[in-house]
Ligand binder design. Structure first.
Ligand SMILES: [Mn+2]
Length: 430
């Protein structure tokens, strides 16, 4: 007889997915964190786990108090009805709001309030099971915390498995979000560390249960791939299983299509269909499938195809469509990334003295290794230009840092390839 836990990373109730097709924006909340949370609760009930553990940042911000209250209460009540414990810690986002919510919700247990390490023993609900674990937790005491919370970790205790639940920034010594080190985590001698804060999940296994749980649902297109909850099974005092179960209702993903040799729309459509069917067959083998897929189409390879034809490839961005071979999943194109090279070899083009020739020469320079002097000079010129533009008054309010050199190189390459294809298409029309 075993003990089962369901561990969830950053949930961020209060966030709503953006970049959805126009026809779905009114229902955006159905595809966000609150839906992922209820899916996690259903999974906990279905798997008959003993406790649900949450590693901080359950709620996006202090402004989301009522949204947090409604959803946490609904989930906590359902877990309570099934005699499943709900144990949480605060992260930097919900440091203020989560303790207030917990005070309103007697079914939720907050561990390590105010940055004080605390532990609780979780016993298997099955009386004949005889399995137990000790769970350690530490909650953010303030929005920023510059010290290593492991510095005053009291150390493991008891003969049972000792697990840790912590919201922290690993191996980022100057972080304002509870910096810890990998060696510090290892030196604590626990049997598992279930971490929150970083949104990309680590590849955790029963043999290596130390790392980030990741977001429960992808909060934007940058958080691509399977997102969900982690099921941990403890059997005879050992971690027997630790598996990732994708439960997010919306999944962001990428499809790369090699367009080499494809110059007509039907050929490209055939390749996209093939890629969608592969994706469908992969998804059909999963335990829980997403309802909605937001896809970034990455077009690569060598082709003389016209940009207008490429624009026709992505289905209408205002709607979502049933996925071939998996019609219960809707898909839409979030964005097309065009990274195509002309079908003519750049070296041949670069022999020419006209505009395509000059552009081909620049592209060849861009392809050189990162420390090449001519490449550096080209990128410095681009960086200077970018700085001049971004310091103009009308662009100054745009958020985000200035692009780094490699980002600039990517933009230059993509726009030069685009321009080159347009020039060559124009030539062949004459
Ligand atoms: Mn965080």
């Amino acid at each position: 007889m075993s003990l089962k836990l369901l561990a969830l990373g950053d949930l961020h109730i209060g966030r709503t997915p953006t970049r959805l097709p126009a026809s779905l924006t009114a229902q955006a909340a159905d595809f966000g964190p609150a839906s992922a949370w209820m899916a996690a609760v259903d999974l906990a009930v279905r798997e008959s786990v003993d406790a649900v553990l949450m590693a901080g940042d359950l709620v996006e911000s202090t402004q989301d108090y009522f949204e947090g209250l409604a959803h946490l209460q609904r989930g906590a009540q359902k877990l309570r009805e099934h005699n499943i414990r709900l144990i949480v810690i605060t992260g930097n986002h919900d440091v203020e709001v989560l303790p207030r919510l917990v005070d309103e919700l007697p079914d939720v247990e907050l561990l390590g309030r105010n940055g004080q390490w605390q532990n609780t023993v979780i016993d298997s609900r099955l009386t004949d099971a005889n399995e137990r674990v000790r769970l350690w937790g530490w909650s953010f005491p303030s929005r920023h915390f510059h010290d290593d919370p492991l510095a005053d970790f009291p150390g493991r205790s008891g003969a049972e498995l000792n697990l840790g639940l912590l919201h922290c920034d690993r191996d980022q010594p100057t972080s304002a979000y509870a910096p810890v080190t990998s060696s510090g985590l290892a030196n604590a001698q626990l049997d598992a560390w279930l971490l929150g804060h970083i949104h990309q999940p680590d590849a955790l296994t029963a043999a290596k249960p130390f790392g980030y749980l990741g977001t429960v649902s992808g909060l934007d297109a940058g958080e691509s791939g399977a997102r969900g909850a982690w099921l941990m099974v403890i059997d005879e005092g050992q971690i027997a299983e630790l598996s990732h179960i994708p439960i997010a209702p919306l999944r962001w993903d990428q499809i790369t299509i090699d367009c080499t040799g494809a110059e007509q729309l039907p050929v490209l459509e055939g390749r996209l269909t093939e890629a969608l069917r592969e994706l469908a067959s992969r998804l059909n083998s999963e335990r829980v499938v997403p309802q909605l897929l937001g896809l970034r189409l990455h077009l690569t390879g060598e082709t003389a195809i016209a940009s207008e034809t490429l624009a026709d490839l992505a289905p209408n961005l205002d709607t979502a469509l049933p996925l071939p071979d998996a019609p219960h999943i809707q898909w839409f194109v979030e964005r097309q990334v065009i990274d195509l090279r002309p079908a003519i070899a750049l070296e041949t083009l670069a022999q020419r003295n006209d505009q395509p020739g000059l552009l081909a020469q620049k592209l060849l320079i861009l392809q050189r290794p990162a420390n090449d002097a001519e490449r550096d000079a080209l990128l410095n010129q681009a960086a200077l230009h970018a700085r001049t533009v971004s310091s103009q008054g009308r662009w100054q309010h745009l958020p985000g840092p200035t692009a780094d050199t490699e980002q600039l190189a990517t933009w230059l390459r993509q726009s030069a390839q685009d321009a080159l294809r347009a020039m060559l298409a124009n030539e062949s029309n004459h």
